[in-house]
Design a protein around this ligand. Structure first.
Ligand SMILES: [Zn+2]
Ligand SMILES: [Zn+2]
Length: 312
């Protein structure tokens, strides 16, 4: 199709839907009007406005070369373990998925509403803004948010963990439960607001529980529910107290080597003996299989998905 009178330049990782909506706005159209025009030339398309189905047409309308909207994909993929890299984590173009779309910082986009699937968390370090789920809030001088962002887009990304892969959501849930239990007021509101409030702690908790030693411990088939709950509870308490020395103690205490798993709390407790747990542990004990599965998810190996390409 021919380019519209007003064209646009996409941002890094910008989604097809985001480009479509900006095109509509810039050309004083409605989303329905433009979709009707597209369907007139491509009658096989559904009635509902679904620009994500027609990336090549959206590129034509925006005056972009074909394939431009896929061009950034490889730099933004979440890492996976797959056979192409001998089961090491990598951003394999055949297997690694793109992250879920995030709304971009509006100062970076010159005030426009832009959604991108990019290697980013919820923080714009340049403008010190929180930009997740449509928010655009000032973070002031909070250096912890910048540190958390670097951790998420660095080591966590390389483990295959992004904002929406589930680990941060679970970490936020555990931290919120702990805070409610000790009577702290933070952690109210919906999931997005809780993540905003607890982002530095949630990233720290996730990073700690997905380190290689923790992954070995959580994946160990000889370790039952109680030591797992004890590890998670101790980590939530240490992260909430911002205690680096407590975290160091935990990583020395919970170790799994070979067929043997040992947990030292006040004394060495071997597999099969009861492990003391506290109030948070008692609360989440029933959910241990889910906790274990979510914090181990990044370690799952991936088979290449079937290749799909859009005819439009
Ligand atoms: Zn692969
Ligand atoms: Zn920004």
């Amino acid at each position: 199709m021919r380019a519209l009178p007003a064209t646009i330049e996409p941002f890094q990782g910008e989604t097809v839907c985001s480009v479509y909506h900006r095109l509509v706005e810039r050309n004083d159209l409605t989303t329905g009007e433009l979709w009707t025009a597209i369907r007139r030339q491509n009658p096989g398309l559904p009635l509902r406005t679904t620009p994500g189905l027609v990336p090549r047409i959206v590129e034509d309308l925006a005056g972009l070369p074909r394939g431009r909207l896929d061009q950034d994909a490889d730099t933004h993929r979440l890492f996976v373990r797959c056979e192409h890299t001998l089961w090491q984590h990598s951003s394999c173009p055949a297997c690694a998925p793109l992250p879920a779309p995030v709304t971009m910082c509006r100062r970076c986009t010159g005030g426009e509403n832009v959604e991108a699937r990019a290697r980013t968390g919820g923080v714009c370090a340049r403008h010190r803004r929180w930009h997740y789920a449509g928010h655009d809030d000032d973070l002031g001088d909070e250096t912890r948010y910048g540190q958390a962002e670097r951790c998420l887009t660095g080591p966590l990304w390389q483990r295959g963990i992004g904002l929406d892969t589930g680990e941060l959501e679970l970490a936020t849930e555990l931290l919120t439960l702990h805070r409610q239990h000790v009577g702290a007021v933070e952690g109210r509101g919906d999931a997005a607001e809780r993540l905003r409030a607890l982002y530095p702690e949630a990233v720290c908790l996730t990073a700690f529980l997905t380190e290689p030693w923790a992954t070995r411990f959580l994946a160990h088939t000889h370790i039952g529910q109680l030591p797992v709950v004890a590890l998670i509870e101790a980590t939530v308490v240490a992260v909430s107290a911002h205690s680096r020395s407590d975290l160091n103690n935990i990583s020395e205490t919970f170790q799994a080597t070979g067929r043997e798993a040992s947990v030292r709390i006040t004394r060495t407790v071997r597999y099969g003996q009861p492990v003391p747990i506290g109030s948070l542990g008692t609360l989440v004990r029933e959910s241990t299989p889910r906790l274990r599965a979510v914090f181990l998810r990044h370690n799952d190996a991936r088979r290449p998905p079937g290749t799909r390409s859009s005819p439009w």
